[in-house]
Write a protein that binds this ligand. Structure first.
Ligand SMILES: Cc1ncc(COP(=O)(O)O)c(C=O)c1O
Length: 403
């Protein structure tokens, strides 16, 4: 074979990466451009509590450091540390989840979701994901070659899942329904009657429910969070959660999945997930020692966190709703809002101008999914009150320029 004539031989990436989008990080290049141009940057785009001054409880750090010092630095069991699994299952029982078939500890809820999808769906199958919803699901499905089929959340009903739309989209290749509750990016909490109707649909069509409850402890106004799996022992449900948000350690990369429902009908699926767990050896080991202290220890950091977040949520909703051409459903949980723009401009154009001209970094709604004909952007309201106030002043200026 003749030697190559040129040394410039690019590596062709796999086709499966072509459809992978992650809007939250995609705005970074615009933000970098604005920062380089000397703008005063205000970041309302990343759901990482630590960069906005929130601190994890001290006993989680101690437990992890102690584990490292005791040289628990080898691999963990593939499904996770026994004491951590017991703590997760005990908490699940407290929330009313019965009939648990398998619990597995992972590198963030992200890995639990990825393993569960990979073990369930083949190319040609489809999975119903909320629109708007968290882009991890669409990215993983793109990677697996499984069809992502969005179902709409109804903005006029406080972003509850649109059950009629959901039902319409189910066909004989549908394998699962993803529910994010509280939702990212809308901050909406699903009401119990909607949860029950969604469960009925899943049972009727033998679909697995992926119930992503990573924000379950971040609920406003004294509201309570109901786990989907607590409402049915008949439905096949994986409940996803982790330490990232409620315990302020997203960098620990600790999450889990809890599979519940009729054991005999879930046996093969659980074994498929176990195979995938073994193939990746284990999740981070020393950090798993933080799980039991987190779930069973002092929870007072949550009181302080929710007090601060409530003020920030209120600032966000009131300031956005005061802008002509912008409206915002008040979030019931998490730390996101998903305001609507009615200014005769697209979400990307609006966000691009906000970032370029004001240095406020927000993410276009299309990165999360939105009903055709509607335009939104996502706000992370973790930053301190004064940062939010300044950011909304600047967003108001851009909105005013369209009138
Ligand atoms: C809805 C939702 N699920 C899962 C995750 C990922 O969580 P983890 O850090 O545990 O991987 C996030 C992170 O932002 C999220 O918003």
């Amino acid at each position: 074979m003749a030697p190559p004539t040129s040394t410039a031989r690019p590596i062709r990436p796999a086709a499966r990466t072509a459809d992978i989008r992650y809007a939250v990080r995609d705005v970074i290049s615009l933000a970098t451009e604005a920062a380089t141009a000397g703008r005063d940057m205000l970041y309302l785009n990343v759901g990482d509590p630590n960069i906005f001054g929130f601190q994890p409880p001290r006993h989680l750090i101690d437990a992890t450091v102690d584990a490292m010092r005791a040289n628990r630095n080898g691999y963990a069991p593939s499904s996770g540390l026994a004491e951590a699994i017991t703590a997760v299952e005990t908490e699940a029982a407290r929330k009313g989840i019965a009939s648990i078939c398998h619990t597995y500890i992972t590198s963030g809820a992200s890995e639990a979701i990825e393993l569960a999808l990979a073990a369930l769906a083949d190319p040609g199958d489809n999975v119903l994901t909320p629109s708007p919803g968290y882009p991890l699901y669409t990215a993983v499905l793109a990677k697996l070659g499984v069809e992502n089929r969005g179902y709409f959340l109804d903005e006029d009903a406080g972003w509850q899942p649109d059950l009629a739309d959901l039902r319409r989209r189910i066909d004989d290749r549908t394998r699962a329904i993803v529910l994010i509750n509280p939702n990212n990016p809308t901050g909406s909490l699903c009401d119990e009657s909607t949860l029950r109707a969604l469960i009925d649909l899943a049972v009727e069509h033998n679909l697995v429910i992926f119930s992503d409850e990573i924000y379950d402890k971040l609920v406003f106004d004294g509201g309570t969070h109901t786990s989907t799996a607590a409402l049915s022992a008949e439905a096949k449900i994986i409940t996803f959660n982790g330490l990232s948000k409620s315990y302020v350690v997203p960098g620990f990369r600790i999450g889990w999945g809890i599979i519940s429902g009729p054991p005999a009908e879930l046996e093969d699926y659980c074994e498929a997930i176990r195979k995938m767990e073994r193939a990746r050896l284990s999740a981070n080991h020393p950090e798993q020692y933080a799980i039991r202290p987190a779930l069973e220890g002092d929870q007072s950091h949550l009181v302080d966190m929710m007090a601060r977040l409530t003020t920030r949520r209120d600032i966000t909703a009131s300031r956005l709703n005061a802008i002509d051409g912008i409206s915002c459903v008040t979030p019931g949980g998490a730390f996101y809002a998903f305001p609507r723009i009615d200014l005769g401009v697209s979400d990307t154009e609006f966000c691009t101008r906000v970032i370029r001209e004001t240095g406020v970094v927000v993410v276009p709604g299309s990165g999360f999914g939105q009903r055709p004909g509607t335009e939104h952007f996502r706000v992370v309201f973790l930053p301190p009150d004064d940062v939010l106030e300044r950011a909304f002043d600047r967003i108001a200026q851009i909105a005013a320029s369209y009138r």
